[in-house]
Design a protein around this ligand. Sequence first.
Ligand code: BGC
Length: 858
Amino acid sequence: MTDDEESGARPGTRPLDGIDALLGGLDLSRKVRLLTGASTWRTNREPAVGLRSLTLSDGPAGVRGETWDERETSLVLPSPTALAASWDEGLVAELGALLAAEARRKGVDVLLAPTLNLHRSPLGGRHFECFSEDPVLTGRTGAALIRGIQSGGVAATAKHFVANDAETDRLTADVRVDERTLHEVYLAPFEAAVEAGVWAVMSAYNKVDGVTLSASPLLDRPLKNGWGFDGPVVSDWGAVRSLLETAGAAQDLAMPGPDGPWAAGLLTAVERGLIPVGVIDEKVRRLLRLAQRVGALGEPRPARRPAIPLAEQRRLLRRAVAAGSVLLRNDTDLLPLRPARLRAVAVIGPRATAVRVQGGGSAEVFPESVVTPLQGIEEALRRAEPRATVTYRPGLPPSGLPRPLDRSWARNPRTGEPGVLVRLLDGSGAELHAEHRLSGRIVEPSVTVEGAATVEIRARVLPRAGGTWTWAVGGWGPISLTVDGTAALSGTFALDSDDPTRVHVAPPLRCASVELTAGVEVEVVARRGLTADSGVATVLAAAPPAGDAAAALAEAVAAARAADVAVVVVGATEENESEGHDRETLALPDGQDALVRAVARANPRTVVIVNAGGPVAMPWHTGVPALLLAWFPGQEAGHGIADVLFGRAEPGGRLPTTWGTVQDDVPVLDTRPDRDGRLHYKEGLHIGYRAWLRSGTPPAYWFGHGLGYTRWEYEELTAPAAVRAGEPFDVRVRLRNSGPRRGREVVQLYLARTGSTVERPVRKLVGYAAVEADPGGTAVAVVRVPGRAAAHWSVQQRRWETESGEYLLLAGRSAGDLPLGVTTTVGRPADAARHGGAEALGVPNLQEDDGERSPVVL
Ligand code: BGC
């Protein structure tokens, strides 16, 4: 039985009112002009048809808006990994609506999110920004976010189409993936996005099978002519690097502008007949359709909707932190902590105060405020009677890595305000512009001034510690640094990369050592010559002298020993989870492993909180009684974490990705292309838990794993005895809350088939549903199994096919813990009818007539 590629897809291109008429009103040059951006974040306007320019913005953990300026703050959501960890499409849609409200507040029409690439390797630099290792969970979470965003009249952009699952050499990496894997694993989330009605898709930088994605035939089929995507394909920033290949493909909009190969040569190419006019018309049609959807065509810009009250928005963000936090272990039911029973709490680890709320790169936004774990814990205990004391100890000396100056330790030399002075100077050093900024990381000054030759960051800094400080300037081109008038650094640094993140957003730091005296203020001046193509960012950063590691550890251990409970927050640094490069190692940096071990030895009641966007190695994990994964939790971090610690909320998260104990165990790790620039997806269909199942090595925590504050007994799984190939059906899982409090359980359903004639994963997720019940209560999870679940992509036939026969359905709490199973027969309609009777099809049936389909308890 076959299930055609087209089936289940949305109808093809939908003509929206009047678009063809508008198209007729544009001459060729006007049409072509529309196909390249007007600026970094805007498209061109076309008054002739009442089209205003569209504003695009990243995405996906907040909406930055048109400027990269720390004074233009945004709400910061938990990282996409945390959203997927909630397995809660309702919540994700609510967060999508919040993003839409933020987009409208900032005048953004098109949000560059969600990121639908997969967690193929835990080393992937943008792991935090993608949802999961599983195509079904990624597709469902992405679809929910898209629905939420677009419900607010803002376009979502499914990105980066496709196989952009690592960052090493991302502009050129040539992913070699077999066609079946491409369809079943990497394209599947994008297909779900199209089914959810996404309004835009972004093509990736990389290649698949030797063809760069902005010129790829995959944009045509399956994206547009297979699945029926009717919006524009927007390029990743700078990804249109050729003329005829990309313009002749189904790539529609080249961003950013105003320059680029299309701006330079597309009009001539069409005039010379190298690109048919019809191809241009189709691109413009799609762009106009997008404009119509976001209200940018023929109408004045829509009034900004009344903002959702900030307190309400923050409550939602706080709820999302708890909903996405994954409790990996809770031996002896240490959590939740009971505030009234605590006398002394030790909070330990640099991340307890310097919590990392988001990953790095184009996804970064600037929060108005951040609640740290320490603040959240203190606030939660403030209300308790008697009130516990809270002692904070970092446990580690400063890392020695320079951090951009900020308001807490720098002041503007001209005004005295906390922050820095940024100036633009002309060739003679005369001031053309000055502004007060809050950070030493200036991605772009707020104005462009003609004749500006130098950007300068100037600050007065009062060193708390004396000794050798590391000072650093980040950027490209001619750079200098003076401290109290003495030159500390000078040189010219040529670009070594064309990756936009490294060039414009996070340039490398050039360091110098400077001796400072505690309490003696110094004036620091960083300058960077503005040369052509040297990027926009300038950074002034510093690190205090390295402290005494042994003393810092001893203080933390002493605090832990004196406390009823120790809470250690460990995690990633800015250097190791960011766009533009992959991680080298999963190890926690800066001696954090030793810190965890020492604290856990000092206090058997130790809770470890991991603050990271993706997997880290936790060689100590079995030695700590409670282990909570908080991801990059967004700005309400401390509130949400405290809610979980003290039981105001259940930890709702279940792992969206399998976590190994040590890096060497991870079955799919490599992110680096070979010498020919090829990155081979040798593992085929078997990524994530599928790879772990095949490897035979158990991971530390399986995909899907996560504890709540109650317990569940899985009692019964019922499924139809026979189903028709290609048709969805429902499976019911009955379970009982056998624990002490009301809770929520995410019931997961996996499909397996032995004796298959085609290669298959050991098992794969096909559906899930969450239930809630009071203590002692029973709940029935109804899990919808999509018609595609048993199908495979036939490379010979170039369509979906389904093998008839018996399949095993397994239900439980993770890919590695599936207490219930039942078989069902998938067949051609006629077979299925003979087998169980037509009325049995699609009808839940615990017991088949021949007795072979009774539930199997594994
Ligand atoms: C990233 C995209 C992002 C774009 C615009 C690119 O470097 O890969 O995800 O949307 O920049 O910031």
